[in-house]
Design a protein around this ligand. Structure first.
Ligand code: COD
Ligand code: ATP
Length: 205
């Protein structure tokens, strides 16, 4: 299976790009979504989190208070390390299962931490979606209930933009509008279909 890894910093447009690839029938596995699944009520990891941070970290319906945990982990790197040590192996295992089940021409793994973790070892090709930091901040603040200080803390916890861009096999500049994005994605989809086909032909000899 040919797998494209899609990454970019917070608010760069991974979800917007993913939706466009999905519209072409590509199976997209979203690491943020998987990260939510591994802490659903009934999962061992949620109990571990409640033991460490106290039951105040749960909402009245028993689910994780994500904005409370977000505040803690982006203010205290030690707590973020603990959370990542708990969740990243679970996230990786679940991603691998989903990749095995995927049956589109090629699959895509969309992850903010593709290059920061060993998730990049699961992909054949790296696609980076990129905007300047000011655009990351303004788009994230208008999307989420968060403020600039917190978004800057999250950006600081991620790979610097230049380093991420230097690792890209393909780069999407998402400073334009969504119509422009659609045109770029359509072209990339055609290229990825070709690469997946070549990959398959090489495999069968
Ligand atoms: C801290 C949590 C509870 C905040 O949840 P919330 O619903 O507010 O945000 P969400 O999960 O949708 O993430 C939003 C964005 O934050 C950034 N982000 C999330 N976790 C991290 C991290 N560990 N390091 C750097 N950036 C991160 C990413 O850009 C992500 O797209 C959550 O992000 C989490 O559990 N993070 C640890 C797991 C993880 O590393 N997930 C990233 C995918 S592997
Ligand atoms: N080209 C664009 N023009 C205008 N707004 C955009 C564009 N691309 C994305 N957006 C908007 O910017 C915000 C951030 O985009 P998106 O949610 O796709 O980012 P992301 O990389 O998935 O973020 P995160 O890392 O937090 O998951 C969203 O509200 C989205 O609708």
């Amino acid at each position: 299976m040919f797998v494209v890894g899609l990454t970019g910093g917070i608010g760069s447009g991974k979800s917007a790009v993913s939706r466009l690839f999905e519209a072409f029938g590509v199976t997209v596995i979203d690491a943020d979504q998987v990260a939510r699944e591994v802490v659903e009520p009934g999962e061992q990891a949620l109990d571990n989190i409640a033991q460490r941070f106290g039951s105040d970290i749960l909402l009245s319906n028993g689910s994780l208070d994500r904005s409370a945990l977000r505040k803690i982990v982006f203010e205290e790197p030690r707590q973020r390390d603990w959370l990542e040590d708990l969740l990243h192996p679970l996230i990786r295992t679940r991603i691998m299962l989903k990749l095995e089940q995927s049956n589109s021409g090629y699959a895509m793994l969309a992850s903010p931490l593709l290059l920061e973790t060993d998730q990049h070892l699961l992909v054949n090709h790296i696609l980076v979606v990129d905007v300047d930091v000011e655009t990351q901040i303004s788009r994230t603040v208008s999307r989420d209930s968060t403020d600039e200080v917190q978004v800057r803390a999250i950006i600081a916890a991620q790979m610097p933009r230049e380093e991420r861009v230097s690792k890209a096999d393909d780069l999407i500049d998402n400073r334009g509008n969504e119509e422009q994005l659609k045109i770029v994605v359509e072209k990339l989809h055609r290229e990825f279909m070709k690469k997946a086909q070549q990959d398959w032909e090489n495999d069968i000899g």
